[in-house]
Design a protein around this ligand. Sequence first.
Ligand SMILES: *Cc1c(COP(=O)(O)O)cnc(C)c1O
Length: 381
Amino acid sequence: MIPYGRQDVQEDDVAAVVAALKSDFITQGPCIPAFEESVCNAVDSAHGVAVSSATAALHIACLALGLGRGDLLWTSPITFVASANVGHLCGADVDFVDIDPDTFNMSAASLAEKLQQAKQEGRLPKIIMPVHMCGQSADMEAIGQLAREHGISVVEDASHAIGGRFGNRPIGSCAHSDIAVFSFHPVKIVTTAEGGLATTQDAALAERMRLFRSHGVKRDPSSMEGDSDGAWYYQQVELGLNYRMTDIQAALGVSQMTRLEEYVARRNELAVRYDRLLADLPLERPGRIDAAVSAFHLYVVQVDAQKRRKIFDDLRRNGIGVNVHYIPVHTQPYWQNFGFQTGQFPNAEDYYSRAISIPLFPTMTEEEQDEVANRLSEALG
Ligand SMILES: *Cc1c(COP(=O)(O)O)cnc(C)c1O
């Protein structure tokens, strides 16, 4: 089976992990700040907070921005469920903004319209969370501008997008947002097995995210309320969690990050090659916007909705590990319990009915890619 995504773990990664295992600290040691620094350097960010997953990073991002009961978070219906779930985990309500059918990203035009309506109703969101679907940035200039006009915070779910750029700035530099979040799950661009990281240019937000990462507990006497009882003393000032990454994972991350540019370049080469191989087939290839350089986490083709299931099954049967990203979140039973209905976000639903993610990963060979294209051509009939 040619998988839709696959990690690339090399000998130097293994050596880095073994070294961390043999060191004095297998968690909360020197690899965590080293990993945070390597990501910050790569994406041009002042602060980075490494955690156990992107889900955890999205959660502490929302907590740090003060999202809570009575507040509202808006995200895209075409995302993994985690983007919406963190809103509910904070006690807030969640709503969705339909996608742009060309890019599968939150539509800035739909957002503008929905904001107008929400303003009239006196129910503006506290956080807007665009998702950089497949690794291509949403239109952050427009979304950031709209958010600023209405005094709304922006958290980028950049789980797919480390190494991507928007308007010649790296995703993660937060040029149009408060916080950006990356995932290091093995199918994503670089991996720590499980892991996530939030970047921000705001020192106070970074500090608050560090607090929520570790039980809401402070250990630095200078930032405590009142006096410290002694060197052992710690103080809990918020309700936090244990969302820490281990040094073992961070060691893998530091080693992987040395190949970020290589990975993204190779993914883009393969994507351009797919564009060429698939040009004459009866399908839609993914749309590009000039302002963005995609990290190409995923290559999604869209086929006739009536034939999608058969094409998908044919490909799987023939050893092509296709997948579908994503089932619109508002159609999930959990979210339907909160009153969301099928039909509410038609662009997202239409996209979902036709989407197939085909294999794309940096170690994929051209022979494997030809095999995917040939099998896809057969399946399309
Ligand atoms: C993978 C992913 C997440 C969750 O990442 P984890 O690291 O697995 O928690 C969230 N949002 C999107 C868009 C993702 O692709």
